[in-house]
Structures are given as structure tokens and as C-alpha cells.
Design a protein around this ligand. Structure first.
Ligand code: GLY
Ligand code: MN
Ligand code: MN
Length: 460
């Protein structure tokens, strides 16, 4: 399967390509490293790649050479014996395996004066080596410098459409994520801590040989969208927002958000929870090949806007409110993003991939955070994750108060900011992982309790 993917890429290449897996990244002193995580593209073309490896694709003769670190006694002593080059050649079904220490000489010899392409990866040392090797101005954190556009297009065309094996991995991480969310739900009690819930979640991941696909978000301050602090104590009436997903050994990810109260849902929380759920279920039901994701985002926004009008938080027609972006003071982010080997799959490739066909990102507050505007295709996997948040800095901003005067009921919003004994309402997000099929949406994370009744039943 990996060889098949490489063959498909080779067909689209018009010059040699060197890919880097990336290596260990140090936490402090060089020998103390973070767990190794290969670059997503390398993981797509090679099963369980080694730290420090690279690969040379040559479209002239259809060969793929894997370059692995030289085997040494020291390594065997400290890290255990690695598979031999012969074993690696057989396992990966590549043309040859050679020492990565000789990469520069090898590439010079094989490329015979042809321009060679590469891709920047998060490991800056590997990227530096790629720059020196190909002469390209590569940088990982600048999409325009990730690699040659034609190369990005070729890789993205493959990676955006998931095959059966990839989907099997994603179903499995969804199962582990399900168990983790249940563990947190059942561990929730007044006087407990966010940190204890994180421990429950990540303990489940570890027991299944998984890691968090991203820093777990677990907070009673759900309005802080990517809140990575876990220091709060849980009080009766707080809403817990858990955004946590497992990543399997193959690198595929889940990305799931659920919310539940400490104790019972307040009347305000019931209304807002059901509204976010309505928007989420509505958006999932619209999914079909050909649907433009931005239109889905806007349609879900109108569902939220209509509900916020009913609750007295917005005034006006949903169409006009969404057109003006007034709903975004409560729903300030995008509806979702691609999901796969990277949690925001291929985000490093930039808007070239996610806003194709001359589309460009809106500058409007809220819509500017919409991470993709693709036409959905069968085999794409992505998230759907609407939310509603009471962010003091937004709802008390003089600028927003002027801009949305008459559309946003700021006095009413203030009641939510001061409820829950002054701790504020917080935020609600509901996020599922969705596969687009010919028949519509298949929800990979559908088993995870989502309605209030399901959450209440599962908490026991
Ligand atoms: N967990 C990050 C996100 O939902 O995009
Ligand atoms: Mn997400
Ligand atoms: Mn998430």
C-alpha cells in the first residue's frame, strides 16, 4: 500500500524529490528528546519510519531509495538494535537502502545535475539540510516556503482522499477517543480538577498505545478556544469542555469535543447546548460530495444566529446577521478543518490547498478563522465543530459594541458573563470527525455520547 502510494506520486513528479522524516527534537540538553513523530507526508509514504531517515524519489527510473542512519554499537547499546538495511528494504519494498550520512553525495550522484525538490518539515535541522541540498528557500512555518507548489499539489491530491486503510486507522482512534471521553465524563465531580480529567483521558490513550493528537483541551473556561491550562477546580454549575483526540502509532488522529456540566445543565446551558447540537447535526446532514465547505460554515452559522435571536442575544434576520458577521461574537471560529495524519491535516501546506480555485480567505472577524474552503469530495475526512462562547474581551469590546449595535444584545450577553456565581458561562463546542461518502456523511465518532440525554446516561 505504501509502495503503491509512492508509485502514484512518482508518476506525478517531473524531477527528483528528497523527503525527510525529521528526527528527534531536544527538550533541553540534546540527548533528552521529545517522543519522535515523523513528518505527516513521510508517514503517508512510509510505514513506521525511523527518526532521521530520508527518501529519494527518482521519476527517471521509478526508484525510491530509503536513507537510514548508520547502525552503530552505541545506538544498539542505548536504544536497542535496529532492523538491518536488508530488513528495512524488504519491509518497505524500496529499491535500495543506503546510509543517510551520505545523503548529499548520494543525491548529487543520482540527480546528475537535475534540480531536486524537497519539503520543509517541523524538525529545523532536517529543513536546513533540505535547503542546503536543493538550494530552495524552504521554511516550515511559512506555507509559501514549504515546497514547490506543484509538488504540494501532487502530495495534497493524494493525502486529501483517504483510502480504506487510513479510514480503518481513524475508526480505531475514534474508538479510543470514545473511551477517553467516557472516562472524563465519569470522573467529573464538584471539587475535582481539570487535571484529573486530563489524566483520565490520556491514561486511556496510553493504555491503547496512543498519544494525544494535540495538547488536550479540558477546561471549565471553554471560551478560551485552545485553552491548555488545566489548573481549575470544578465547581457545581461549571461546564466542562473536553477537546481531546487520540493519535495511533500509524499517526492518524481523532479530534473530538464534548461538553457537559458539573452537576446538572442550567436552563441557560440547556438552551445553548441544544442550539450548538442543532447546528452540528444540521451541518453533518448537509455533507455530500460537491458541497462547498464555506457554504456549510455559513449555513451552520445561520442556524446558530436564528437560535441566538430566539434567546434574545441577537436581533435581526439570520441572513443579515451572518452577512454582517454579528453571530461571530459568539461563534468566532471556523466550522472545521481537514483531519488525517495531521490534526489540521495539511494545514502546513497553506491556503493553496485549503482555498483552491482562486478562493481566498475572508478578512471578516470569524470567517477569517475558517481553515478550509474546499468542495467536499468522497473520501475526505474533516471535522464539524460549531460552538458558542461568552468571551469577556469580545463581548465587552467597545469596537464590537459599535460595529454590532442593534444586532448584538450586549446587555443580555453581560448576564451570561456574570452567571455561574461570577465565573461566567464559558463556552460550548461539539466536534465530530466526518467522512464524506457518496451517500453523505459517515460520522467516525458517532458512538461518543452527544445529546444531553446521552451524556447524562453515560455519566452514571
Ligand atoms: N483540537 C483543535 C481543533 O479542534 O481544531
Ligand atoms: Mn478540530
Ligand atoms: Mn478539537
Amino acid at each position: 500500500m505504501f509502495a503503491h502510494r509512492r508509485a502514484a506520486l512518482l508518476k506525478r513528479l517531473d524531477r527528483p524529490l528528497v523527503l525527510f522524516a525529521g528526527g528527534f527534537i531536544s527538550r533541553n540538553y540534546p540527548a533528552n528528546v521529545f517522543p519522535f513523530r515523523a513528518d505527516g507526508t513521510f508517514l503517508y509514504y512510509f510505514d513506521a519510519p525511523e527518526p532521521g531517515s530520508a527518501a529519494f524519489f527518482d521519476p527517471a527510473d521509478g526508484s525510491v531509495t530509503l536513507l537510514l542512519p548508520r547502525r552503530s554499537l552505541d545506538d544498539a547499546l542505548w536504544h536497542g538494535e535496529l532492523e538491518s538495511f536488508e530488513q528495512a528494504k524488504a519491509r518497505h519494498q524500496v529499491s535500495a537502502v543506503v546510509e543517510v550520512e551520505g545523503l548529499e553525495d548520494f543525491v548529487r550522484q543520482k540527480s546528475k545535475g537535475r534540480q531536486v525538490d524537497s519539503l520543509a518539515v517541523s524538525d529545523w535541522k532536517a529543513t536546513q539540510r533540505a535547503r542546503a541540498l536543493t538550494g530552495e528557500d524552504l521554511a516550515f512555518d511559512t506555507p509559501a516556503k514549504l515546497g514547490r507548489p506543484e509538488l504540494l499539489d501532487a502530495i495534497a491530491a493524494q493525502r486529501l482522499i483517504k483510502d480504506a486503510t487510513e479510514l480503518a486507522h481513524m475508526w480505531r482512534t475514534a474508538e479510543v477517543t470514545h473511551e477517553a471521553h467516557l472516562a472524563a465524563l465519569r470522573a467529573t465531580r464538584p471539587g475535582g480538577t481539570e487535571q484529573a480529567l486530563v489524566g483520565a483521558v490520556e491514561g486511556v490513550f496510553a493504555r491503547h498505545g496512543c498519544v494525544p493528537a494535540y495538547n488536550t483541551i479540558c477546561s471549565v473556561r471553554g471560551e478560551v478556544l485552545h485553552n491548555h491550562g488545566h489548573a481549575n477546580v470544578l465547581h457545581e454549575g461549571d461546564l466542562v469542555l473536553l477537546d481531546a483526540g487520540a493519535e495511533g502509532p500509524h499517526g492518524y488522529c481523532s479530534d473530538v469535543t464534548r461538553c457537559w456540566p458539573v452537576g446538572a445543565f442550567s436552563p441557560e446551558a440547556k438552551d445553548l447546548y441544544d442550539l450548538v447540537l442543532e447546528a452540528e447535526v444540521f451541518a453533518i446532514a448537509q455533507v455530500k460530495p460537491g458541497l462547498r465547505y464555506r457554504d456549510l460554515h455559513l449555513a451552520a452559522s445561520r442556524v446558530l444566529a436564528r437560535g441566538l435571536v430566539d434567546l434574545g442575544l441577537l436581533t435581526g434576520s439570520p441572513d443579515a446577521l451572518v452577512e454582517a458577521g454579528a453571530h461571530a461574537v459568539f461563534f468566532p471560529h471556523g466550522l472545521g478543518h481537514q483531519l488525517g495524519l495531521d490534526v489540521h491535516d495539511l494545514e502546513a501546506f497553506g491556503d493553496r490547498v485549503h482555498y483552491p480555485n482562486g478562493r481566498s480567505r475572508s478578512a471578516q472577524f470569524g470567517l477569517a478563522f475558517l481553515r478550509m474552503d474546499l468542495d467536499l469530495q468522497e473520501g475526505m475526512t474533516f471535522t464539524i465543530e460549531p460552538g458558542l462562547y461568552f468571551v469577556p474581551q469580545i463581548l465587552r469590546s467597545p469596537d464590537f459594541k459599535t460595529r454590532f449595535r442593534g444586532q448584538v444584545n450586549f446587555d443580555r450577553a453581560e448576564q451570561y458573563l456574570s452567571m455561574n456565581q461570577g465565573r461566567g458561562f464559558g463556552g460550548i463546542r461539539i466536534e465530530d470527525d466526518v467522512l464524506c461518502t457518496a451517500a453523505g456523511a459517515e460520522v467516525l465518532t458517532r458512538a461518543i455520547p452527544k445529546t444531553r440525554a446521552e451524556l447524562e446516561a453515560s455519566a452514571r
